[in-house]
Design a protein around this ligand. Structure first.
Ligand code: ATP
Length: 231
């Protein structure tokens, strides 16, 4: 991340961290980041493409090269002055664990507070990630709704967090009992688009126009990784 962005992040308190495989980036990601930034008043959203996503290492999913996914995120976010892309996971060898990334970004961005942005589907699966109980002590969490949506934070709360966070009566906000961090449900416009669906369309030779930013469409269409099985 450029140093001016570090400086800007320091001057403002809340910085969004949007981690993902972005395999490939699509309009659902961009709209989620935009709406969280608007709704929580974030100074900046830092997209962090995973170089080697731990949960997608088994070869079951067609995975584009890390450098391609990174460049697509750069191209897709370039026109938004509030968006930046972090190479935090690019140079690191081995699986890209979020817990390591959040520790690193906390050091880099202090005194800004981090808000980790994720979909309700990912939040519900948090126990599959490394050190799940540590994650909401390192950053606030913005849990965005994703089709089919519905439910409250309690419905998606991963078991490992049940004892350490307290969900309020509205079901929209939870507080960590000791870390001073919060977890917020952030309702956003429903964009029923996923990277899985885009990879399926590419495999079948169908259009992905308007599902991905136009500036990235051709490079994504040409990516060899999406041409055969599996998706
Ligand atoms: P895949 O279909 O390959 O699992 P994905 O579309 O879920 O991919 P990821 O890069 O894995 O994309 O997602 C990064 C983050 O963005 C996750 O927290 C995910 O929940 C969230 N996200 C992805 N698509 C949407 C969407 N359409 N609406 C809201 N959140 C989304």
């Amino acid at each position: 991340m450029a140093s001016y962005a570090n400086e800007r992040a320091r001057l403002n308190r809340l910085v969004g961290i949007f981690g993902g495989t972005f395999n490939p980036i699509h309009v659902g990601h961009l709209r989620a980041a935009e709406e969280v930034a608007e709704s929580l008043g974030l100074a900046q959203v830092l997209f962090v493409p995973a170089a080697d996503p731990p949960l997608k290492r088994d070869g079951e999913v067609a995975l584009a090269p890390a450098s391609d996914r990174y460049h697509w995120v750069e191209a897709a976010t370039a026109s938004n002055p509030c968006f930046e892309v972090s190479a935090a996971e690019q140079g690191r060898s081995g699986p890209s664990y979020l817990v390591d990334t959040l520790r690193l970004l906390r050091e880099e961005l202090t005194p800004a507070e981090l808000v980790f942005i994720l979909g309700q589907d990912a939040f519900a699966q948090l126990d599959a990630w490394r050190a799940p109980e540590a994650l909401p002590t390192l950053a606030h969490f913005a849990v965005v709704t994703r089709p089919p949506g519905g439910g409250s934070l309690s419905d998606w709360l991963p078991p490992s967090l049940a004892a350490s966070v307290e969900v309020d009566a509205s079901g929209q906000l939870a507080r960590h009992r000791t870390a001073g961090t919060w977890i917020r449900r952030v309702p956003i416009s429903a964009f029923d688009v996923s990277a899985t669906d885009i990879r399926l369309r590419l495999r079948d030779g169908r259009s992905i126009r308007y599902l991905v930013p136009e500036v990235t469409r051709e490079p994504i269409e040409k990516c060899d990784a999406y041409k055969g099985q599996p998706t």
